[in-house]
Structures are given as C-alpha cells and as structure tokens.
Design a protein around this ligand. Structure first.
Ligand code: DGJ
Length: 723
C-alpha cells in the first residue's frame, strides 16, 4: 500500500483504484507529485523540467521557484506566495517558517488522533500509515504529516501534528491537507450550502482565477456551508469523470477552497479556519490538526460518494449501532411542541405501537422550567408539573407498550433564565464587559472548560442512570458569538473555538463510551452540524427541521454527496407541512423518508385508517429493504436540483436487489415522457419487478419510463435479480 522508492525518492500510497505520490526534491522539499487513477508503473518527474522559470518569480532552488512548485505542506513567510498550509509567529516576532524533509516511518494500521474524531482501522484491514517528518531547524518546530491509505475502501486520511521544541510559538493556521493540482484547465468546484431548513444544496461553479473558498465562522460546521469541497472536470457528471473530494472530520470553524495561480495550477485546501485561531505552543507542546478525508474517483460524483459512504458507515461510525438495524421512532416535537404532560406522551406511544414504531422519543420541554424556548436550558431535571411521576415511570409506561423510550437534550446551551446561569454566569462563552447576544433566548456554555464539561457529563449521567433511556437526541440550536473564555488567559483566547470542540468531543466520547447501549442522534436545528466529526460519536443526524417531502428530496440528495443514507434521520410528518405549508401525498412522505433512518413526527391518533395502514406497510417494507438502503451502493440518476423529479437507485451488497426511487417535485399535468436509465446492473441477467421481467441491458440502455402527472408521483420500484 505504501512504499518509498529510495532511488528516485518518491513515496507511493496505493489504494485499490488510486495512487497518491510525493517526492523529496533536492533532499529538502516535499513535493506533491501525483494524485489520481492508480498507476502501474513508476512515476516520471520529468514534468519538473516543464515548470519554467517565470519573470519576477522568487528563485530559491536553482532555476526553480517555491512559488511554482507543487508543495505538500507549504508555509507562510516563505517565497511560496499561495495560500499556505501552516503559519506561525515566533517569540522573536518573526513569521517565517521553513520546513525541510527529515525522514519517514510507515506503520501498519492507523494510529488514533488524540482527542479528535477520525476514521480508524480494525485488525485485518488493509490499512497503512505513512508519517513524514519535516522540520524548521532554526525554530526547532517539527511537523509530522500523517497519511493513512485505506486500500480496500479507496480513501486517504490526512492530518498534521506540529511539535514545538523551540521557544514559544503561536500557530495561526494549520490546515489538515493541501493538494497542489498542476492542470486545472476546465475544472469545477462543488460545495454544499444552505441555511436552516434548506441544508446542503449543491453548488457547482467554474473554477476561475483567484482564491475561491467556503468557510464557517460561527463555531460549528453549520448549515451555511458543509466542510466539504470537490474539484472535478467540467465534463464530470454523476456517473463519469474525474472527481477529487475533500472532507474535514471536524465540527467547528473550517475553511476549504482552491487558490488558483496565474499559471493555471491550483492549491486545494481544507482545515480549521485560520480566522480567530491562534494556538500557543510552549516548548515541548504540540498541536494536532483534525483529519481530512481525500477521495478520488474516475466514476463521477456518485462514484466519489459511494467511497465516502462505505468508509463512513464502516470505519468512522463506531459502536454497536454501526452494524445493527436502528430504531423506528415517533418523535413528539411536531405533534406537541411545548404543550404536553406525561399522559400525552404515553398516549402518543400507545398510538405509535399500533403501526409498529419501536421507540417513543420525548423532545424538548420535559425539564425544569422549560415550557417555552425562553427558559430552563442547563437545568437537567424533570419538570414536576409536566412529569409528576418522573422520567423513570414514563420510560416504564412506554416500555410496557413494547416501545423503547428516548429523550431530547441540548447539553451545550444555557438560558440566562436558568439556575445554572444564575449560579455560574462565567460558565458561558462571553467577552468580558460586553453583552452576549442571545439566539433563541440562549447562550453557549463554555465547553473549552473541563469543569463545565464534567458538570454536563454528570448532569446527563444522572438522568440516563435513573430511567431506561435507550435513545438520546443531542441538539444544538445556535451559532456562537462574542466568543471568549473566562478560564483562559488573554494570550490564549484565540484557542477558545478549537478548545470548545476538544471539550465537546471529550464529553461525547465519555458519554457514548459510558452508555454504549444508547443510540445517540445528533441534531443542530436539524442538519446544522452534519459532519464526519459528529458521525464518529453519533451514527445518525436529524437531517433537517424541514420534513416536507419535496424539500427533503433536495436536502437528502445534497447530503448524500458525502454522507450515507444510513446517517440521515428522516421522518414522516403531517400536512400541510409545518415548515413549508405544502401538501404532499402520504405515500410520497413515506417513500421519501424510507431510505434514511425512518421515523414519524405526527399525531398518529389523528391519522386516517388508510394512513395507518400505509404507515404499517411502510415500516414493514423498511425493515425488509433497510439493508439495501443502508449497506448497498447508491447511484444518483436524476438530480432534483436540475429536473422536476428525483431518481436514485440502491443496489444491495450482493447485487441481487435493486431499488429505484422516483419522486416528482410538483404535479405537472400533461408532463413530458422521461426514461430513467439505471446503472451498474448485470446486462445479461433478468430482473423481476412486480409481475414483469427485464434484462439489465434494457433497464440501463432503454430505461424506466416516468411521466409527471397532475399529482405528485412517488414510485419505489423493486427489481430482484433472477438467479
Ligand atoms: C431543533 C430541532 O431540530 C427540533 O427537531 C426540535 O428538537 C427543537 N430543536 C426543539 O427545541
């Protein structure tokens, strides 16, 4: 998987279909040499000769300029004037870091990243890790670049560890990965953008001269941009063409983009956002960057997505819920909001049992003085007026009905109107002497402090210990502002955002390890923190507060660019939809939710007999098909961002079953005929769909007919291969 050609000084990282190569140039400089389709022969470095000297370019390597060479981990202050990977300020006031190659080590498997979520390997996996040591001799600053090659899963995970052996230094940027791409003619940049209730729309734009980037500055990965970019050929489609994906395993501020040189090369980069980031390293201290996951595919965007899906399902998500079927929940939120008591919840559970739901989740409003969203966050004990018999009793009553009991928390937040805040105002993030702007009447607890983290661990543990709670919804409903920590000195305030993430990961690690039988679901006003960092602790995310079936087609389609359907929590809700006001057929709501982690978010007691029957059938079908949706391969066929309808296809791991989901976004009377061409079938095998049989070649080349009608159309077609 990983080898070093000592003669030519080239590192090769090989996975099933890709090669990633670096070269040690002039004994000193680590160059990026290649990333793409797997090579069968040694790489030529002749292209170096073609990097002609340009007038006015800094000339620091014979006839070469660092400003033009493809560098593996560039530094601020040097003669490389592109966006750098690393920046530091030293105690003598200087800013220049000059890294030179020292040596390398190759280890089997993949070492864990201290305190940070990351992909991992298990015994027997074909995974190796290359660690390259670079050093600034004058400053005694060391950088260890880490590259794990997942041979079977076809991905490369990168990170950097910076160790200061010299005088005090302040790191002000430390990207997880940069890749210098030499030929950028006719390429596009893709990212996932949006806002609350319209998360992860696909943006695709032509790469033009200049630095084009996306970032988060709000303290979490956020709904505005996802920590993901892809660079692809302009001709690449869902199912063909070269695509390079970059995804950050991190839930805080990030920056990702491409910086184009005047000579048509690009530096793609991803990592912690350098803005508001300064990390002090005293002598002997180190800094670990988050991990970036790099995926190359020559099979288009869907090809890239399939690699991310499999890697994240099997080597990012952890714990027993990684591999077993999850729960079909009824969540109380859209049914009751803040108006309920314990009997309401028992009655909802009783109705839920009738359609086959297996878990009753009590959402917001069950604790302390929380009867509106203006008070109570931080005070994690039952509201005695609403739950006079206590959570233990409620869980038992729900269990007696044959359902599990689940509970909502928002542990990172505090309302100023709470006992916690009145007792510990200094436990919230704030800037001394300034007002903190509330959002949804709440402010953020300072998770950069260990005492705050431990308090929250204890508070949640005491609830989880005294009732049979088998599912936790972990919510987070505001972006951060006026950030500062009372626990850190003035010169370390630039560390708060990152230390917050380290604190959050510590809390999540502690609780998920302590309660391995509890299924944790992540949420942030819906999908405001849908990132690989969260997936490491919680295998599923409430994809969006928007449960409208039409909008969900786009949200789930965009989310699937990186994240598997097994990570997308998706609920059938009432109409008119509470967010969008749209009316869609019940069948469509069931079909759109089914490929995700199916659940319900409506008053089942108000459903018609027909809807109850359809709900029962949906759960039965879901249990029959969930392995195909969650462990199979996804092919996106028709994009709801480009057409009136969406078509996606799942193929089971053993390729014996194929499910085609087609959903129209609007009723269209007298619509045009469409033929959806399926993918990756065996052309010579026959597939049975209902009472019809088709050859694979027919389904792939002629296609499946679809026509919009006056009503929304929603079809879920099952094709079984005839053996
Ligand atoms: C935001 C979440 O996305 C909703 O599902 C719900 O849990 C509310 N918070 C409760 O306040």
């Amino acid at each position: 998987m990983i080898r070093f050609d000592t003669e030519n000084k080239i590192f090769y990282l090989e996975t099933k279909n890709t090669t990633y190569a670096m070269a040690v140039f002039e004994e000193k400089v680590l160059l990026h040499a290649y990333w793409g389709k797997r090579l069968s022969h040694p790489l030529s470095l002749d292209w170096l000769e073609t990097l002609e000297f340009r007038p006015l370019a800094p000339l620091d390597f014979g006839r070469y300029s660092t400003d033009m060479l493809p560098l593996e981990y560039s530094t601020f202050g040097s003669a490389d004037l592109r966006v750098p990977a690393l920046g530091a300020e030293y105690s003598d006031g200087s800013y220049y870091t000059r890294l030179e190659y020292v040596d390398y080590e190759i280890v089997d498997g993949k070492p864990a990243l201290e305190g940070l979520p990351a992909t991992y390997s298990e015994d027997g996996d074909k995974v190796q890790t290359l660690i390259i040591h670079l050093k600034d001799s004058q400053k005694d600053l060391h950088v260890y670049l880490s590259y794990s090659a997942f041979e079977e899963l076809d991905a490369i995970a990168r990170s950097a560890r910076i160790v200061n052996e010299g005088e005090r230094a302040e790191i002000n940027r430390a990207f997880s990965a940069t890749v210098d791409i030499l030929d950028l003619e006719n390429h596009d940049l893709i990212h996932l953008d949006g806002a609350w209730v319209r998360e992860r729309s696909i943006t695709r734009r032509k790469i033009v001269p200049g630095n084009q980037s996306i970032e988060s500055r709000n303290g979490c990965s956020g709904a505005v941009h996802n920590p993901f970019i892809a660079v692809c050929e302009s001709t690449a489609t869902e199912n063909c063409g070269n695509v390079y994906g970059f995804n950050l395993v991190y839930s805080g501020n990030f920056s990702a983009g491409v910086d184009i040189s005047p000579f048509n090369s690009a530096r793609a980069y991803i990592g912690i956002n350098p803005q508001n980031f300064n990390f002090v390293l005293e002598k002997g201290e180190s800094f670990q960057t988050p991990e970036a996951v790099l995926v190359y595919s020559d099979k288009g965007l869907s090809g890239m997505s399939r690699i991310y899906h499999k890697l994240y399902r099997t080597r990012l998500c952890r714990g027993k819920f990684r591999d077993i079927p999850r729960y079909v929940v009824l969540n109380s939120w859209e049914t009751t909001y803040f108006t309920f008591d314990e009997n309401t919840i028992v009655n909802l559970a009783r109705d839920a049992a009738k359609i086959g739901v297996d878990t009753m989740v009590l959402d917001d409003g069950w604790f302390s003085t929380r009867t509106t969203d203006r008070a109570g966050l931080g005070d994690w004990w039952e509201n005695p007026d609403r739950l006079p018999s206590g959570l233990g009793w409620l869980a038992e009553e729900v269990n007696k009905l044959g359902l599990r009991f689940g509970l909502w928390f928002e542990p990172e937040m505090v309302n100023p109107d709470s006992e916690l805040f009145r007792n510990h105002p200094e436990w919230a993030l704030h800037t001394p002497g300034r007002e903190t702007t509330p959002t949804r009447s709440q402010i953020t607890l300072d998770f950069s402090r260990r005492d705050v983290c431990d308090y929250i661990i204890d508070a949640l543990s005491s609830i989880l210990d005294r009732a049979n709670i088998e599912y936790v919804k972990w919510d987070m409903n505001r972006y951060m502002s006026e950030v500062g920590s009372a626990a850190l000195p003035a010169d370390r305030q630039g560390e708060v955002y990152h230390r917050y993430m380290l604190g959050l990961y510590y809390v999540l690690e502690t609780l998920t390890q302590k309660y391995p039988d509890v299924l944790f679901e992540s949420c942030s006003s819906g999908g405001g923190r849908f990132d690989p960092g969260m997936l490491y602790y919680m295998p599923q995310v409430w994809t969006s507060d928007n449960s409208d079936a039409v909008d969900r087609l786009r949200i789930q389609y965009g989310t699937s660019m990186v994240y598997p359907y097994s990570s997308m929590s998706a609920h059938v809700s009432v109409c008119p939809n509470h967010t969008q006001g749209r009316i869609t057929p019940f069948k469509m709501r069931c079909n759109v939710a089914m490929p995700g982690q199916l659940g319900f978010e409506l008053n089942i007691g108000n459903c018609s007999e027909k809807e109850l029957e359809m709900s029962r059938k949906t759960i039965e079908k879901y249990r029959e098909f969930e392995d195909v949706f969650h462990k199979g391969d996804l092919y996106r066929l028709v994009s709801p961002f480009e057409a009136d309808f969406s078509a996606i296809q799942f193929i089971s791991e053993d390729e014996s079953r194929v499910i085609l989901c087609i959903d129209s976004q609007r009723g269209l009377f007298n619509g045009p005929d469409q033929y959806i061409k399926m993918m990756a079938l065996d052309p010579d095998s026959q597939y049975k769909c209902g009472d019809k049989t088709y050859y694979g070649e027919y389904l792939m080349n002629f296609g499946v007919h679809f026509c919009n009608k006056r009503e929304h159309i929603s079809e879920m077609l099952i094709f079984d291969k005839i053996q």
